[in-house]
Ligand binder design. Structure first.
Ligand code: ZN
Length: 274
């Protein structure tokens, strides 16, 4: 498993790292290796996790110091059981949506969008809920959101979608968690909560894309959270090359054909304008 280059020492702080000429040079070599992998591919999947969005200023919810280490996550069952919990969940949804709106896609997101537009990337599978891939220009139908998204809401019974602004207005008017206008079911933010089943259609699409590709590139995921971490292995078993780009070691580095370790935007960025 070749590691090109090992920027582990520099991975602590991307901003300090990119000022170091040796790191810049190493990142350029990594970008070249990545560009060569994409150039040799006919049908690629890019799989992204929190690491790409932390470089836009979005916290990694699960990491030490992340939001979940200071605020207990709301479990799906608790949402179903308690009106009080539902109202707290909605407050978090509104705060989260505001924090997403306040940041912008970074060089990594833009490079991936370019690789979808006129490169071999057929599908972007993401664990992120911030919609930054779409905001960077990836057509929505090319993005598979394994954990839903934080920018809207849907009825748990019939699936009818609701804008967050409408849910917020309904809560302000009634003091109650909103119900579906079509069927009366519970409306919930469109993220997949802890304890909530993974969306079957997204899981199916991610599996198909993984089996169909000849290159699978992991970007910014530690590949620890299941079942998402299984997709690189599905791709590998189907004969695809596996490339892993992350600031730190991941659970599947030993399975990869190529491991690129360093600041994500710095390594992906040059692929935006080849
Ligand atoms: Zn409904």
């Amino acid at each position: 498993m070749p590691i090109v280059p090992d920027l582990q020492a520099a991975a602590g702080d991307a901003h300090d790292a990119v000022r170091d000429p040796a790191v810049r040079d190493a990142a350029r070599r990594a970008a070249d290796a990545l560009a060569a992998a994409f150039a040799a591919a006919e049908r690629a999947v890019v799989f992204t996790g929190a690491g790409i969005s932390t470089e836009s200023g979005i916290p990694d919810f699960r990491s030490p110091g992340g939001i979940w280490s200071t605020m207990k996550p709301i479990l799906y069952q608790e949402f179903l059981d308690s009106e009080e919990v539902r109202l707290e969940d909605w407050r978090r949804r509104f705060r989260m949506a505001a924090s997403f709106a306040a940041v912008a896609p970074n060089a990594g997101h833009r490079a991936i969008a370019r690789l979808v537009r006129d490169g071999p990337v057929a599908t972007v599978v993401t664990q992120n809920i911030d919609r930054l891939h779409q905001r960077a220009g990836v057509p929505h139908e090319r993005v598979v959101e394994l954990h839903g998204h934080g920018t809207g809401a849907a009825c748990l019974d019939c699936g009818a979608e609701t804008a967050l602004a409408d849910a917020e207005a309904a809560i302000a008017a009634t003091g109650r968690a909103p119900r579906c206008g079509a069927c009366g079911g519970l409306v919930k933010g469109a993220i997949v909560s802890f304890g909530q089943p993974m969306p079957p259609a997204a899981m199916l699409r991610a599996g198909e894309a993984s089996r169909d590709c000849d290159l699978f590139v992991v970007v910014g995921s530690s590949l620890v959270v299941q079942p998402a971490a299984g997709f690189p292995l599905i791709a590998r078993r189907s004969g695809a090359r596996l490339v892993i780009l992350d600031r730190a070691a991941t659970a599947l580095d030993a399975e990869a054909d190529l491991v690129l370790r360093g600041p994500i935007g710095e390594i992906l960025g040059p692929l935006e304008h080849p």
